[in-house]
Every structure is written in C-alpha cells, then in structure tokens.
Design a protein around this ligand. Sequence first.
Ligand code: MN
Length: 291
Amino acid sequence: MATITRLPFDATHLSDFQASKPAIPERIIAGRRQYRTVWISDVHLGTRGCNAAMLIDFLDHVDSEKMYLVGDIFDGWALKKRFYWPAAHNDIVWRILKRAKRGTEIVYIPGNHDEMFRQFTGLNFGGVHIRRQAVHETADGRRLLVLHGDEFDAITMSHRWLAYLGDAAYEAMMALNRWLNVVRRSMNLPYWSLSKYAKQKVKNAVSFISKFEEIVAHEASVRRVDGVIAGHIHKAEMRDIAGIAYYNDGDWVEGCTALVEHYDGSMELLHWAEEIAAREAPESEVRLAAA
Ligand SMILES: [Mn+2]
C-alpha cells in the first residue's frame, strides 16, 4: 500500500498548514450561496488535468452546512510517478480545511486514486472525518448511500479505458490524437481511422457508464436506502433507476460539476463553467439568452 509521506503535507502538521496563507486569496466571504449539503469528487489534485482555478472559484462562492468529498480528491498514483503540486492545489486543501474550521461538517470518503487515506478510516483530521462510505439523510427524510464507486470495478472493469481516467497516460493519448489530426490534415491524409477509433471508444464508454449506474443503483436497493451518490466515472448524473435515486457529482477534470442539496431536500447539479460564463457575460447577453 502507498504511504502518505509523498504528499506535500502530513496530517500531524495540519495546524501549520491552516496558519499559512493561500497563494490565491479567498474572495466573497460574505454573501456566499448557502446549501444544506455539497458533494464533490474526482478533483485529481496532483495532475495537470485538475481544473484547480474553477474549483477555487466554486469554493469561494458556495458554502454548506455539510460537505462530502467523494473520493479521488488527490491523485496518489500520478504523484508517485511524477511529483506535480502547484500552489493552486495547495490552495484547495487550505480552503477545505478552512471551512472545516468555520464549522462545516466535512466527510472525506477516499477513492481508488487516494486510497492511501483509507488506512485512516474512522479518524478525524482538522475537522475532516474520514469514512469508507456514509449514509446521508436529506432534509425531506430520504436516506442516500454515499460511496466513491470503485468498489464495483471488479464487475465493470471489462472496459479497460477506465484505468486511464484522470491518468497522465489518458491525457497523453488525447494530446497524441490531436497532434495526429493536425499532421494527417497537413499531409492530406484521410481522417477516417481516427474518427472510427474515437467512435469505438465512445461506444465502450457509454455502455460502461450505464452498467456502472445500474450496478450502483442495485447496490442501493440491496442496502434498502432511497438512493445513492457516487463519483468515480466522471459523469455527472441525476436520475431514477428502477425506483432508486441515482446521483453522480461528476468531476473537476472535464465536467467541473458539484451536487448540492437545498434546504428543502431537493437536489441539483451545478455546472460551474456555465455558472462562471453566466456571471461574466455582459447584462445584454444574459437578457438575450433569457429571451
Ligand atoms: Mn475513482
């Protein structure tokens, strides 16, 4: 099992960490949007794929009584291969610890990329409670199982591309695809082989996603809860599957989404790139879009 010694901070020095200042100062302390609960996952801190600026913006604009970190917050696999830790990634850890200090109850359910934290299940570091799974009770009395989702890889791993999720190899493959496209175009070569390859990948991905969603929802029905909240597959979702409420909070690599619970127990997926675009659009454009 991997150890945490390679991470840029260690749990015994959390108080020093909290005393330091973030490189990107916090904005909008007052007047933050308030929710009962927030779920985020698949941040993949320690990789170039992590959309840290977007998540920092989210954390500075949104607050909640309770926050679940649904796994793959850190990417221990990537950090082990090549150490990558920009100041913005530190700033995210700082912000999460800061809100724990301000009174937000934080439950951290490590995923497969940050499984090194699973050895601390049941412990509490600086107000962050580490759990293997959790059952969340909504304001309208529904019981929702919260888990990362890699528990079901043994069943769904027939689609091997999942192993590349959030991984440098996956990023390299996508970069190579783009580069090949440019070269082929400049040589007047036909495009068909690449598009065929991509289509096959997408087809596999779609069947993998629906299989994952069904298996996770089935687990919820076996556990006799009303619904389930997962991460892992980087596909935000909110739908009914055979009477089970299936939620996936998405990721902060491509989708940049969070799941939130309003004070009446209703749930919503926030697409943060769209929220930022709407906020930054001139007023006339907003009126145009609404018309
Ligand atoms: Mn995962």
